[in-house]
Design a protein around this ligand. Structure first.
Ligand SMILES: [Zn+2]
Length: 331
């Protein structure tokens, strides 16, 4: 799941000027039409969970999202889709408010993707390496399903807006203490995706990680990226100037006489994040990374830390996405 955050958000184009039709407004009137054959997935999940009638008519259940799943585009109601995304993307022991914050971020991501059609015929796919992961709600225990559904229901129809438009609600696993500017990772500045402190993540699995490669591999990886790199006899001369981003990531690191972007080095060496330090010895290059993912937007473990401190999902969202509003989507 964690890799999904990287690739999902990393592949988001930053053509921020693209007009989106969805705007905040009153919750759409409930859909009362008979279900079409395309709603089979939604209907079966709803039946399996025995959703009370009073919950059956909601914004999320009225929106059919084209989802690319196992090579086929299926139309899935947003409620079922978001329930499956929460099941795939968050550990079961997370707090309710963190799960609600994630539900709103994922709803925003899905609706924005629908407006832009990330895939030719589908808004999103269920491949965690491309869009967001999705676990069939019918395939998990009733308890887990109810937990995810509760977060979706509690935030029904809510999405995140900046100046009246759906935001690019990127999220990731763990920042290592500070999130990153969008511009530092993707080159395009978005005012609501700026570096903020993200305390309390120390318990996350990848808060800090080590990775070592042999010096021979280190050289060959860099040579494959740029044959012009050179490695003089003195090891100390292999590393030149290092500049850092606002969020503590490596912006540019000069290696072998050639400047490499932190994002490029992350990819080349398979590092968990761009927030790393590096030490060279006679035999190895050792990387120490902070956090996991692109570190732009909502930190899942940071959200969990805020939730455990008693913060609401709205407080969590407006902390990680600055200057935004959380509002009901209009149809
Ligand atoms: Zn996709």
């Amino acid at each position: 799941m964690k890799n999904a955050f990287l690739s999902a958000a990393a592949s988001v184009a930053f053509s921020a000027l693209l007009a989106l039709t969805l705007r905040p407004g009153p919750v759409r009137a409930a859909q009362t039409a008979a279900p079409s054959p395309e709603q089979t997935i939604a209907a079966s999940a709803a039946a399996a969970t025995e959703i009370p009638l009073s919950h059956a008519q909601t914004y999320d259940r009225s929106v059919l999202l084209p989802v690319l799943r196992e090579g086929e585009t299926v139309r899935m109601d947003l409620h079922t889709y978001l329930t499956g995304v929460l099941l795939a993307e968050l550990p079961p022991d997370f707090s309710d408010e963190a799960r609600k914050a994630q539900a709103v971020a994922c709803r925003t991501y899905a609706l924005r993707s629908d407006a832009r059609r990330r895939h030719e015929e589908a808004a999103v796919c269920t491949d965690s390496a491309c869009c967001m992961g999705w676990t069939d709600p019918a395939a998990v225990s009733a308890e887990r399903r109810a937990q995810a559904e509760a977060a979706v229901d509690a935030t029904d129809g809510l999405a995140i807006f900046y100046e009246g438009r759906l935001i690019d609600a990127t999220f990731f696993s763990c920042s290592g203490g500070m999130t990153e500017d969008a511009a530092a990772v993707w080159g395009g500045d978005l005012p609501y995706l700026r570096s903020v402190p993200s305390p309390g993540e120390e318990g996350a699995a990848h808060f800090s990680d080590e990775k070592q490669v042999s010096l021979a591999e280190f050289q060959s990886v860099l040579r494959s990226a740029d044959p012009a790199v050179s490695f003089p006899e003195q090891l100390g001369a292999w590393v030149g100037t290092v500049t850092r981003t606002a969020g503590g990531g490596v912006d540019v690191m000069v290696l072998g006489g050639r400047p490499f972007r932190g994002t490029e080095l992350r990819k080349l060496f398979g590092l968990r994040s761009t927030a790393f330090t590096m030490t060279l010895t006679d035999e190895t290059a050792s990387f120490t990374t902070s956090g996991y993912g692109h570190r732009v937007g909502l930190s899942q473990y940071g959200a969990e830390a805020m939730a455990r401190e008693g913060k609401s999902f709205r407080e969590i969202l407006t902390w990680y996405y600055r200057g935004v509003t959380v509002e009901a989507v209009s149809g």
